[in-house]
Design a protein around this ligand. Structure first.
Ligand SMILES: Nc1ncnc2c1ncn2[C@@H]1O[C@H](COP(=O)(O)OP(=O)(O)O)[C@@H](O)[C@H]1O
Ligand SMILES: [Mg+2]
Length: 248
């Protein structure tokens, strides 16, 4: 078997007295769509912050395809191929959806400030390609503040894909999205990941979405991974139902 894409071993982080990661061991395998579930405050977002370099562990190691990235800065982690969606907190509301994507593509290509990325046909083509991939080809001319929440999330995912990640981390991608829009959003996301060969981890509270989309589920509780396996097995485990699903 090949090495895992991401390998986390013995990772610990405490904020004051709170153990947000209390000896986390987890592998993410290439090509999988892995769900993380767990109560509020159990350390799910901290895990994403650790994997992207925003939080440094007090103990343990984090490896990307065997390469130690435990101390790498967020910018370098991104360059090595780990991106998070919703990393760019706000769209530039004075720009259209297409222009927002063009700015992200250009930033990733290291455009000089005095060049105008919005005038570059190559940047435009790459941005159009990403928007088509996430199903927003019809929205390119829309003002970014006119988008509904589902379309906004898809735009955010396209922005993250502009970084050309191998591993994409999504912290509650369906939060704030209406019930009707959740399944179409996840359908599109899953299709995009498959098409681009991107491995992904998503934090999710809706067990119907986890059951439908995850290849594997890991369960967080009090800074630890307490269960790990196929959705059918994990989501019927009595301890998981009692301690985690029951309190979500
Ligand atoms: N930067 C931080 N400073 C202080 N406490 C933090 C910080 N980040 C997370 N925590 C604490 O660590 C625990 C885990 O938080 P978090 O990873 O956000 O949980 P989750 O995403 O599972 O809700 C919580 O008690 C939270 O308050
Ligand atoms: Mg969180």
């Amino acid at each position: 078997m090949s090495a895992p894409l991401l390998s986390v071993r013995g990772v610990r982080v405490a904020f004051g007295g709170v153990k947000a990661a209390d000896g986390v061991d987890l592998d993410v395998n290439a090509g999988e769509f892995l769900a993380i579930i767990g109560p509020n405050g159990s350390g799910k977002t901290t895990f994403i912050n650790l994997a992207t370099g925003y939080v440094k562990p007090q103990a343990g190691t984090i490896r990307l395809e065997g390469r130690d990235i435990t101390s790498a800065r967020p910018r370098d982690v991104t360059k090595l191929g780990i991106a998070r969606a919703f990393q760019i907190p706000q769209l530039f509301t004075e720009h259209t959806v297409l222009e927002n994507l063009m700015l992200a593509v250009a930033a990733n290509q290291g455009f000089w400030r005095w060049q105008s990325p919005l005038g570059s046909p190559a940047v435009r083509e790459a941005a159009m390609d990403l928007l088509t991939t996430v199903g927003l080809a019809d929205m390119v001319g829309a003002s970014s503040n006119a988008l509904n929440e589902g379309a906004r999330k898809l735009t955010d995912i396209a922005l993250a894909l502009a970084l050309k990640p191998r591993l994409l981390l999504l912290d509650e991608p369906t939060a704030g999205v209406s019930t009707d829009e959740k399944f179409p959003l996840m359908d599109r996301l899953a299709a995009v990941l498959r098409e681009r060969g991107v491995t992904a981890v998503f934090v999710e509270h809706d067990m119907d979405l986890v059951r439908r989309y995850a290849d594997r589920v890991v369960v967080w509780n009090q800074g630890r991974v307490v269960a790990d396996g196929a959705p059918d097995a994990v989501l019927t485990d009595p301890a998981v139902l009692r301690d985690v699903v029951g309190v979500l």
